[in-house]
Design a protein around this ligand. Structure first.
Ligand SMILES: Nc1nc2c(c(=O)[nH]1)N[C@H]1C(S)=C(S)[C@@H](COP(=O)(O)O)O[C@H]1N2
Ligand SMILES: [Mo]
Length: 255
């Protein structure tokens, strides 16, 4: 493949791109000796101006997500804590104030399932409560600079995905919420043993402010990747983004 002459400082673009990568990805990147040529190969475009450089940087950050997903160890567990360490009261957070928390009626509620799944039937709460439940005490970490320990109980998400016949080779699981929030995660994290479809908090029904009727609790990811008030879950190979992800938060945001 013949590469056009570049109209911008290649080194500066590569340096900038490298700064965007987390250190393990940076090492990998350097080990593979990727150059700007490599970058344009990755992004499938030729770098001729600042605008395409911007596009490549976006591509690099998507590449960064993929490397992080690839480095994710599905067997490494997030720390768990004794119940005596639970933070009380547990903090509330959302993109709106506490008095705007959605009021959801339990009876008509149905959890919708879509995308690459065999069984698309919508679930009632009693049906979900009849599935085997487990609980765990883990730390929730918010990008806004606080963390708190809580106890969530519910259905192991990997069991749920298998039960609905999800395509477990698909790339993403997306969530849309009753408050117009949304997020999406990589399949490896969806299948992680500590990822729960949480129906309870601290031994009681999940309260409205913490996500009634259900949230996804993912102790290996930052708080904003833990959707509350889930309306629909879909399995897809098309990058779904999310509320904060579309506003520039790093998509993977996990360990
Ligand atoms: N539906 C929905 N889920 C959401 C949010 C939101 O605004 N709406 N905020 C996220 C953020 S940034 C955080 S820190 C946690 C807060 O969860 P908590 O109220 O249980 O502490 O929910 C996450 N999930
Ligand atoms: Mo957060």
């Amino acid at each position: 493949m013949k590469r056009k002459r570049l109209a911008l400082d290649e080194d500066a673009v590569v340096r900038r791109a490298l700064r965007e990568l987390p250190s393990p990805a940076r090492r990998l990147f350097l080990r593979r000796a990727l150059t700007l040529g490599g970058l344009s190969l990755l992004s499938g475009c030729t770098l001729v101006d600042e605008e395409s450089a911007e596009r490549v940087l976006i591509e690099v950050s998507r590449f960064n997500d993929e490397v992080q997903a690839w480095l994710f160890d599905p067997n490494r567990l997030a720390p768990t804590y004794p119940e005596s360490m639970i933070t009380r009261p547990f903090p509330f957070n959302a993109y709106y104030d506490r008095d705007e928390v959605p009021e959801v009626d339990a009876e008509p509620y149905r959890l919708e399932i879509g995308g690459l799944v065999a069984d698309r039937h919508a679930w009632t709460l009693p049906e979900l409560r009849r599935l085997p439940q487990t609980d765990q005490v883990t730390r929730h970490i918010c990008v806004e600079g606080w963390s708190a320990i809580g106890k969530w109980g519910g259905v192991r998400f990997s069991d749920f995905l298998k039960r609905v016949g999800a395509d477990l080779t698909a790339k993403y699981v997306g969530f849309s919420c009753l408050d117009d929030y949304s997020t999406s995660i990589d399949m490896a994290t969806a299948l992680h043993p500590q990822t729960l479809l949480a129906l309870s908090y601290d031994g009681r029904t999940l309260p409205p402010e913490y996500g009634f009727p259900m949230k996804l609790r993912i102790p290996t990811k930052l708080g904003f990747k833990n959707p509350k008030h889930i309306a629909a879950i879909f399995v897809t190979n098309v990058y779904p983004g999310g509320y904060w992800e579309d506003r520039g938060y790093n998509w993977f945001s996990g360990s």
